[in-house]
Write a protein that binds this ligand. Structure first.
Ligand code: PMV
Length: 327
C-alpha cells in the first residue's frame, strides 16, 4: 500500500471575513465567509505514514519542530487516523513558499496541504467538501484553501455541513498586491482575538448581521464580474471586522503606522482613477485587491513607502493538487 503523498495548497485572503467561532472544538464559525485563493503563496506538504515510527515527526522548512508544534499536527492527523482506523504515526515535511521577508506564513495553506496529503496517503478518498471540513479542524481559514478562485465557506448547521465550495474560478482580471508590513509574531492570535471579540465587544452582534448581508452582495458582484462593487464590499467588510476589535475589552488592534500608510496610498490611487481596495487580517499586513493588469502600477505607487521585497503581486490561485515525485 502506498502510504505517502505530497500535496500543494495555496493560501487565501478573505474578502468577507471569518471572525468568531460558535464552537471552539469543531471550529464552527459565527458567519459564512468568502475568499480569493492566491497563486504566489503556497505550502507543499509530504505525509508518510510509517508503522515503525514511535511518534509523529514534523519538519517545517527542513527544521525539525518541537513538541508544541508537533502536538498540533498530531491532533490534526488523529482525525484522519480515526477515519482510517489506523494507529500508524506519520512523518510530515512541510515547505512554505512565501517570498522572503514577507512574514506571511499561513495556517490556511498549511492545514489544507496537510489535510490533502493525509487524505491521499491513507487513501481515504474524501471528496473536496468533506476534506474541507477536515481542514477546518486545523484552522478555520484552511477550510477555503481546498479550492481555487473565489471560495465560500458556508457556516453550516453542524460540523458536517460547515464546508467550502468554489463560487467562481476568478479567471478574470483580478489580483492582489500584498504589503508585508512586518513579520513580528502577533501579540493577539486570531484565536484569542476572535474569542475576546465575541465575548466582550458590543459591536459583535452588528458584525454578524453585516457579514450576512455582505456575503449575499459580494456573490452578486462576483456573478456580474463587477470589480468596483467587489472591491467596495471587500474593503467595507474588513473595516467592520477591525471595528469590532476596538470595541472589545481590553481593546486591541492589529494596525500599525505602516498599515495606515499603505491604506492612504490606496485611497490616493483611487482618487487618480485606479480601482483598488484594501483588506487586512489578524496582523498589520495590507492586501490590496486590484485588477491584475494594474498591479504593477499599484506596486510602483507603494514603492514610495515600502521596499520592493515587501511588495508581492499575485493572481488567483488554484485548489489543492497532488505533486508528482519530480516537483
Ligand atoms: O482560521 P484562522 O485562525 O487563520 O483565522 C482567520 C481569521 C482572518 O484571517 C482574520 C479572517 C479570515 O477569514 O481569514
Amino acid at each position: 500500500m502506498q502510504n505517502k503523498a505530497c500535496v500543494r495548497a495555496h493560501t487565501n485572503i478573505a474578502l468577507i471575513k471569518y471572525w468568531g467561532k460558535r464552537d471552539e472544538t469543531y471550529f464552527l464559525p459565527m458567519n459564512s465567509s468568502l475568499s480569493l485563493t492566491l497563486d504566489k503563496l503556497y505550502t507543499d506538504t509530504m505525509v508518510s505514514f510509517e508503522e515503525d515510527l514511535a511518534g509523529d515527526v514534523f519538519y517545517l522548512n527542513d527544521e525539525l519542530q518541537g513538541e508544541k508544534e508537533t502536538q498540533k499536527i498530531s491532533a490534526f492527523l488523529d482525525l484522519f487516523r480515526k477515519e482510517k482506523k489506523t494507529t500508524a504515526f506519520a512523518r510530515v515535511e512541510s515547505h512554505n513558499h512565501v517570498p522572503t521577508a514577507a512574514g506571511l506564513a499561513s495556517s490556511a495553506s498549511a492545514f489544507a496541504a496537510l489535510a490533502g496529503a493525509a487524505n491521499r496517503a491513507l487513501q481515504l478518498h474524501l471528496d473536496p467538501q468533506t476534506l474541507s471540513t477536515f481542514a477546518r479542524r486545523g484552522s478555520g481559514s484552511a477550510t477555503r484553501s481546498i479550492y481555487g478562485g473565489f471560495v465560500e465557506w458556508d457556516m453550516g448547521t453542524t460540523s458536517d455541513d460547515s464546508f467550502a465550495i468554489e463560487v467562481d474560478d476568478a479567471s478574470w482580471d483580478i489580483g492582489m498586491v500584498i504589503v508585508a508590513v512586518n513579520k513580528k509574531a502577533k501579540e493577539v492570535s486570531s484565536r484569542e482575538g476572535m474569542k475576546r471579540t465575541v465575548e466582550t465587544s458590543p459591536f459583535y452582534p452588528a458584525w454578524t448581521q453585516a457579514a450576512k448581508k455582505d456575503i449575499v452582495s459580494i456573490k452578486e458582484a462576483i456573478a456580474k464580474k463587477d470589480f468596483i462593487r467587489l472591491g467596495e464590499i471587500t474593503e467595507a467588510n474588513g473595516m467592520k471586522m477591525h471595528g469590532t476589535m476596538l470595541g472589545a475589552e481590553p481593546p486591541f488592534s492589529y494596525w500599525e503606522p505602516d498599515s495606515i500608510r499603505a491604506i492612504n496610498i490606496v485611497k490616493q490611487l483611487r482618487k487618480e482613477g485606479i480601482p483598488c481596495y484594501v483588506t487586512m487580517d489578524a496582523g498589520p499586513n495590507v492586501k490590496v485587491l486590484c485588477r491584475l493588469s494594474q498591479a504593477e502600477t499599484i506596486k510602483t505607487a507603494l514603492l514610495s513607502c515600502f521596499s520592493a521585497d515587501k511588495l508581492i503581486i499575485t493572481g488567483p490561485g488554484a485548489g489543492i493538487r497532488e505533486l508528482t515525485a519530480t516537483e
